[in-house]
Design a protein around this ligand. Structure first.
Ligand code: ME8
Length: 530
């Protein structure tokens, strides 16, 4: 299995985690989803056919308990919360192609076919299990892993001692093949620090994985096809969503083969989207994606996802974001104040892919000012000069000083995007914006305009600025689709061109429209706490 190629692929299947339907969307969920959205838009812009999947994780104890707490059925809770996520993603301009819910009948059938297949291949056995269970994380922890006072090491919540019959997946049998896979594919887990973390984890013997919960304890799940008294462990159910949405498995249509066989010449399973090109996740769910999931896939004999991105954690100031602390940052509130694109910009530009980042209103404002001062300012200067000096029509002019900067920025942008360093890619675009502002200062078009003998020079300045703004609209489209479409239209283009086109396009003769500022000034106090 190879890691994703560096050239632009024709078909790209990207996934976000499916978020628990027990809580409201917050900036952490928004971040992963924006990152996936930016990559999806980038690949679509480059002409690839893209499948971008997101959705909600709707089974398990967490959901059942939250529904009990609210006095509604788990299904009603899931219906409500799936609606909240769908509404949020619509308002935040997420361009997913598929929103999966794990309570869909089709998904349940795929999960049952999957675990049946594991069972048929001899990878599942029943045993008594005793261990420390965290309802919050929906998983068992070993004694050694526990935090102080018998708490789970991730969220610090209390764990319970549980003894019960469980079905187990022989995960231990796949430890060596998994280590080999990670060694042979150095890019498979990004960034490298997380890859090392997984390899470190795999130095200890890998235990088998409990894949069931007795219905006496938990009703809200998918019953195992070979034992109706047990439901499927929610993480196994959830991970399989990526396969369900790929369209690779058709349990009803092909009860014999269950569609598990046959990779076509593009390396995809039976013309479907499987394997995924990239699973985007936060670092909290690295083990489930980089250990449980690939070993489960090996168990049924399916190809592994081509790449896993495990990004860092958003904290608030220097504190963990949590419901109990009451410091959860609501993306919708920020959107109301600053607009969708400013929020997308802030989250994508601020967090280096893979590292942690801290949300503060001050940093939000700094990033916003960067946008307003560099991109907003450049657009309004260029457009108003074209209006004032050339009657609102872009003049013809040679490709001058900025062409080298533009070519360099486009090349660095592509490289960073393909390496999943979206924040750096956006930084390259911003550098081009800075260079263009510098170009205005050195060319002094206001002086050129005063001297009729310098008309050709002025044409050249204005044409170069129009060109660079169009390239910027293409570079920044994945992060800020609405504002960049607006910018391209003000330059007289019908829509944002592809990057390849934008670089060479001559807008000469197009009528421009200055319009209101793209990023209007935000008062410091409009962002909470600033
Ligand atoms: O874990 N910083 O769902 P979940 C950055 N249902 N990212 C964050 C974040 C933060 N503070 N908080 C959440 C689940 N995220 C499972 C997933 S997938 C088969 C099942 C993002 O609702 C990040 O992507 O707890 C993290 O991995 C995910 O939300 C967890 O969402």
């Amino acid at each position: 299995m190879t890691s994703s190629p560096r050239s632009t692929p024709d078909r790209v299947y990207l996934t976000t985690p499916i978020y628990y339907a027990s809580g409201e969307p917050h900036i952490g969920h928004a971040y992963t989803t924006f990152l996936a959205d930016a990559l999806a838009r980038y690949h679509r812009q480059a002409g690839a056919e893209v499948r971008f999947l997101t959705g909600t994780d709707e089974h398990g104890q967490k959901i059942q308990e939250e529904a009990n707490r609210r006095g509604i059925t788990p299904q009603d809770l899931c219906d409500q919360m799936a609606g909240r996520f769908l509404d949020a993603w619509a308002e935040l301009d997420i361009s997913h192609d598929r929103f999966i819910r794990t309570t869909e009948a089709g998904h349940k059938a795929v999960v049952r076919a999957f675990v049946q297949r594991l069972h048929d291949r001899g990878h599942i056995y029943a045993a008594e299990y005793e261990g420390w269970y965290s309802v919050h994380e929906e998983r068992f922890f070993t004694e050694k892993e526990l935090g102080p006072g018998n708490t789970d090491p991730i969220a610090g919540r209390p764990v319970e001692r549980i003894r019960e019959k469980n079905w187990f997946f022989r995960m231990s049998a796949f430890q060596e093949p998994l280590i080999r896979h990670i060694r042979e594919n150095p890019d498979w887990i990004f960034p490298e620090s997380r890859r090392n973390e997984v390899l470190g984890f795999l130095q200890k013997p890998l235990e088998d994985l409990s894949i069931s919960r007795p219905r006496t304890r938990l009703e809200w799940g998918i019953p195992l096809p070979f034992d109706d008294d047990h439901v499927t462990y929610v993480w196994v159910d959830a991970l399989i969503n990526y396969l369900t949405a790929s369209g690779a498995i058709h349990p009803e249509a092909e009860p014999g083969s269950q569609g598990f066989d046959g990779v076509d010449e593009s390396g995809r399973l039976g013309g479907s989207w499987w394997p995924a090109d990239l699973h985007l996740t936060g670092k909290d769910i690295l083990t489930t994606h980089a250990v449980y999931w690939p070993t489960l896939l090996m168990g049924v004999g399916l190809p592994l996802p081509r790449r896993i991105l495990s990004h860092g954690w958003w904290v608030v100031g220097d504190t963990k974001m949590s419901k109990s602390l009451g410091n959860v940052v609501d993306p919708m509130a920020l959107k109301e104040k600053a607009g969708t694109d400013a929020l997308r910009w802030y989250l994508l530009r601020e967090m280096p892919t893979g590292s942690d980042a801290s949300y503060t209103p001050e940093r939000f404002m700094t990033r916003y000012d960067e946008l307003a001062n560099i991109i907003g300012n450049l657009a309004s200067r260029a457009l108003s000069m074209i209006e004032r000096y050339r009657g609102g029509v872009i003049p013809e002019g040679p490709d001058t000083g900025l062409s080298a900067e533009t070519a360099a920025a486009v090349a660095s942008f592509h490289e960073a995007m393909r390496e999943l360093r979206v924040n750096e890619a956006l930084g390259h675009a911003m550098d081009l914006g800075r260079a263009a502002n510098g170009y205005v200062e050195t060319r002094e078009p206001w002086a050129q305009a005063k001297d009729p003998a310098r008309a050709a020079e002025l044409d050249e300045t204005l044409a170069s600025l129009a060109r660079v703004l169009l390239v910027l609209s293409a570079l920044l489209l994945p992060a800020m689709p609405a504002r960049m479409r607006e910018l391209a239209q003000r330059l007289g283009a019908e829509d944002v061109p592809t990057l390849e086109e934008a670089h060479g396009i001559l807008l000469a003769g197009s009528g421009v429209e200055k319009g209101l500022p793209l990023f209007p000034r935000l008062e410091w106090g409009e962002i909470d706490g600033a």
